[in-house]
Design a protein around this ligand. Structure first.
Ligand SMILES: [Ca+2]
Ligand SMILES: [Ca+2]
Length: 209
């Protein structure tokens, strides 16, 4: 969970990127944000992009989306409504909940692959945020990925963890593939809507679907 100072710092980083002072900024088309900050009701001032509640992060993301960058963000791991956390609450981003899938196949039955989380195959992750702000769900339980370096592995290693931070990169990858074959697709009318259309039958509006 982020503190407000970190949220402001990320907003500033996005603004710097937009100004072109970040190397390679002009080539960025998809951004994954595996992070969330609990801010409570009113986190999203809806179509006003943070201008009515002085939300610098929301303003920065809206400006970036307007410049053509698609944002894919973690819904958050508070087992609550995603509207309480940012950037998950913003309507301009693709918000991703987590589900468990241990075999890449539909229908429950595959065994838990990390034995740490009491989570049934093909079920909504117990820790995942939910609600109308969520656009899509993706695997986020027992996910093996790269991990920051420390101790015996100063240059980085691998780890298996669970969280919506592990789910959003799946969607960011899919959005990147879509963008690669639809280069003119814009975040609002293109990539975002395409992701929402393919979210399946679940509405992701309740704790479990
Ligand atoms: Ca919202
Ligand atoms: Ca499965």
């Amino acid at each position: 969970m982020m503190e407000s100072s970190y949220i402001r710092t990320i907003g500033t980083a996005i603004k710097i990127m937009l100004k072109g002072s970040c190397p390679g900024a002009s080539t960025i088309q998809i951004a994954n944000m595996s992070l969330s900050g609990l801010v409570g009701p009113g986190a999203d001032d809806n179509n006003y992009c943070g201008n009515t509640n002085d939300d610098a992060l929301h303003r920065a993301i809206c400006n970036s989306v307007a410049a053509g960058v698609t944002y894919v963000v973690a819904a958050g791991n508070s087992s609550g409504d995603a509207s309480q956390e940012v950037p998950a609450a913003y309507d301009e981003v693709i918000t991703v909940s987590a589900l468990a899938d241990y075999d890449g196949r539909p229908f429950e039955g595959a065994a838990n692959t990390c034995n740490r989380d009491p989570q049934i195959d093909d079920d909504f992750a117990f820790f995942s945020n939910f609600g109308p702000d969520v656009d899509i769900g993706a695997p986020g339980v027992c996910i093996r990925s790269t991990w920051k370096g420390s101790g015996r592995h100063p240059n980085g290693t691998y780890n298996t963890i669970s969280g919506t931070s592990m789910a959003s990169p799946h969607v960011a990858g899919a959005a990147t593939l879509y963008k690669s074959t639809h280069p003119s697709a814009f975040p609002g009318q293109g990539v975002h809507d395409r992701a929402s259309q393919h979210r399946g039958q679940g509405e992701w509006s309740h704790r479990y679907v």
